[in-house]
Design a protein around this ligand. Structure first.
Ligand code: FAD
Length: 286
């Protein structure tokens, strides 16, 4: 196996594009190294992106933030502006693993590992985040929800790497939240995850919302019907009930030892409801 640690995105792309064998990008390595050490994969080339300086930065852009693909989740929690603008995304990233894991793990790695149970992804989808992808044919943008195409599979072509995740600006009276259910208090894989992002008008009526669910389908879901249950309401009990019902109805979960189908469907509604209530409080500045 060859290991390369280029200092520019262009060099990383050309290394990945030129290699005929199995290639992987290494960010924090908290998924990749586990898979390598357990013998699940045997890469011919690993391209470490942590020495590419622009990928290590969080940059303010157009009222939002651009997060480089090699920024570990611990740094997100230390960024005051990001915490204020997108608290749900930061809380999701700060649920990943433990303090040690968060010192290495990136949101881009969480996204490109393409697990339906990845914690930061429902929060990013609810946020309407986009990724910038660099490849042999230049750069392109993709909504976060289109990056994973199936468990373990992404929409990235040969030679392409995710350069950054962009979290957009948001109007006043907006906020977000992420909740997950795990059987333990930490260090576990989400049985269900729910992300909600919403905006209120000056009378407290919800004028925009996005609701996303993790671990209840082969890909993280963006549930329009659940968002529609909030839009045009003051997010009262009836709206929250409708949101929960729509979230549960969208689920197509597996049945395994960590949670039955029925359990996951019910919990998805409960968590979406609770996440919406938290986002509402935050949007009201409470
Ligand atoms: C003990 C432990 C606990 C964990 N707990 C959680 C948890 O609670 N919640 C959770 O969601 N996950 C958890 N994980 C999984 C893992 O930590 C996360 O998925 C993490 O965010 C992966 O990020 P990384 O930077 O380490 O990715 P890496 O391991 O470096 O990469 C992961 C995948 O993404 C690809 N990749 C990385 N960067 C790029 C890029 N720029 N462009 C294209 N592809 C790229 C890699 O090639 C690889 O296939 C845990 C892992 C461990 C070991």
């Amino acid at each position: 196996m060859r290991y390369e640690a280029p200092t520019t995105v262009d060099r990383a792309v050309s290394l990945l594009a030129a290699e005929k064998g199995l290639t992987f990008i290494l960010a924090g390595g908290t998924d990749l190294l586990v898979r390598m050490k357990s013998g699940q994969i045997e890469p011919d080339l690993v391209v470490d992106v942590k020495r590419i300086e622009p990928l290590r930065r969080i940059t303010a852009e157009g009222g939002g933030y651009r997060i480089g693909a090699a920024v570990p989740s611990a740094e997100l929690g230390e960024h005051e502006g990001l915490r204020r603008l997108w608290p749900g995304v930061v809380e999701a990233a700060n649920l990943i693993g433990s303090t040690q894991i968060q010192g290495r793990a990136t949101m881009t790695g969480n996204l490109c590992n393409a697990s339906p149970a990845a914690d930061s992804v429902p929060a990013l989808v609810a946020a309407g985040a986009t990724v910038t992808i660099a490849g042999p044919r230049g750069r392109r943008e993709l909504p976060v929800e289109d990056v994973a195409t199936a468990p373990g599979k992404t929409a990235l072509a040969k030679g392409e790497i995710v350069e950054s995740i962009f979290l957009p600006a948001r109007p006043p009276r907006s906020s977000d939240a992420y909740l997950r259910f795990i059987p333990r208090t930490e260090m576990d894989i989400a049985v269900v995850g729910a992300g909600v992002s919403l905006t209120l008008d000056d009378k407290g009526i919800c004028k925009a919302a996005r609701v996303s669910l993790g671990a209840v389908a082969p890909r993280v879901l963006l549930v329009k019907e659940a968002a529609d249950a909030l839009i045009g309401t003051s997010i009262d009990e009836a709206a929250l009930d409708n949101l929960a019902a729509a979230a549960s109805a969208a689920c197509r979960p597996i049945d395994d030892k960590r949670g039955t189908r029925e359990f996951r469907i019910q919990v998805a509604g409960v968590l979406a409801r609770r996440a919406a209530a938290i986002a509402l409080r935050r949007a009201k500045g409470q």
